[in-house]
Design a protein around this ligand. Structure first.
Ligand code: NAD
Ligand code: 89V
Length: 338
């Protein structure tokens, strides 16, 4: 498969490393409006053809897919251009700024008869995946409660300065992943209640969010996110889980230790491997990039819908919208309102 990457910024470097590791795929062209980032990435990964305009690239190249790694403002025009060019699409999270944009993007790629996957990779982190598989395999029976928690004081702003600048921050950028893990574990939610606050006065958006979800299958989950939490051992970027089922309890604790309590206690080290190009503490996210891109290739080859397809991601995005509405209006929001 021949692909092109659009957006050669901070996170795209991981995507390039992962494409290089995967068999049967080659990134043949790169695009970025910033010529410095474009040439640096082309040189680092030995990509010969570069463009500063995505439409020009789509018109000139014979591609199977594009991998869009720009920030959210450009996602709709780029996804629609890719659909017009008739290529499969991967688009980074957050997929869209509004539900209207997201629905239009899904319709555009569907209309072109191509695969659209949102790069929603947290559910692909190997530790989180171990927990998801255990729950899906019935290790704790039917779940009735879950806590999905991400609390950190890590400086995310130095690598991604735009995170300090938006009116929305933690739910849109990070909570979106954690809400998606809740969906992967417990299915879709029907109602959400959220509170938000800003502790770090140097940023514009909220850096703390606490959300209570009621899921269609009867599970209640608490999704809590903070970038204003001091920890003696910083756990960034680990997601901590505690799930009660009718037959047992599963915990994913800091340090990638998974415990299943059921007729005794079974502890498993589910640490992610440190890939040759990865760097702690980002290595669990970096490995998930490899796993989700592999999943995309398999889905395109088999003609299957990716787990985090554009259509699927509409429901994660709806949770984000509903959480902001709930926090703003101080009330529980039904997902059917979104
Ligand atoms: P960045 O600002 O470092 O990089 C974005 C790049 O896109 C820039 O080089 C910019 O010049 C380029 N660009 C923007 N619009 C363009 C256009 N229309 N055509 C061509 N190039 C364009 O941003 P980043 O930190 O790499 O984040 C990119 C996306 O990845 C964001 O949506 C972010 O939320 C997401 N992200 C995801 C994860 C994850 O784990 N899934 C982690 C970090 C960031
Ligand atoms: O994964 C992400 O989307 C990143 C971070 C972990 C910093 O929130 O933006």
């Amino acid at each position: 498969m021949k692909g092109a990457l659009i957006g050669c910024g901070f996170f795209a470097q991981n995507q390039m490393h992962a494409w290089r590791d995967l068999e049967g795929v080659e990134i043949v062209a790169l695009c970025d409006r910033d010529v410095k980032r474009l040439s640096e990435t082309a040189e680092a990964f030995g990509v010969g053809r570069t463009y500063t305009d995505a439409e020009e690239m789509l018109a000139s190249e014979d591609l199977d897919f594009v991998d869009i790694a720009t920030t959210v403002q450009s996602h709709r025009p780029l996804v629609e251009a890719a659909a017009r060019a008739g290529v499969h699409v991967i688009c980074q999270k957050p997929f869209a700024e509004t539900m209207e944009d997201a629905r239009a993007m899904v319709a555009a790629v569907h209309g072109a008869g191509r695969v659209l996957m949102v790069h929603e990779n947290f559910r692909w982190q190997s530790a989180v995946r171990s927990a998801i598989q255990a729950v899906r395999n019935g290790a704790i029976g039917t779940p009735f409660f879950g806590r999905i928690s991400f609390r950190s004081g890590y400086d995310v702003y130095s690598g991604q300065p735009y995170l300090a600048e938006g009116e929305r921050f933690i739910i849109e950028d990070l909570g979106i992943h954690i809400l998606d893990i809740a969906r992967a574990l417990f299915g879709d939610a029907t109602r959400i209640t959220a509170t938000t606050t800003r502790i770090n006065q140097a940023i514009r958006g909220e850096d703390v969010a606490t959300m209570l979800l009621e899921h269609e299958q009867g599970v209640t989950s608490v999704v809590d996110c903070s970038y204003a939490t001091r920890r003696t051992r910083e756990t960034f970027p680990e997601t901590i889980l505690e799930i009660d089922g009718e037959k047992g309890t599963l915990r994913l604790d800091a340090g990638y230790s998974m415990t299943i309590e059921r007729d005794g206690s079974h502890v498993e080290d589910v640490s992610p491997p440190l890939l040759p190009w990865a760097e702690k503490p980002w290595h669990n996210i970096q490995e998930s990039v490899l796993l989700i891109q592999k999943h995309f290739l398999e889905c395109v080859t088999r003609g299957e819908e990716p787990e985090t397809s554009g259509q699927d991601n509409l429901r994660t995005l709806a949770l984000v919208e509903a959480a902001y509405r709930s926090a703003k209006e101080h009330r529980t929001v039904e997902l059917s309102e979104i």
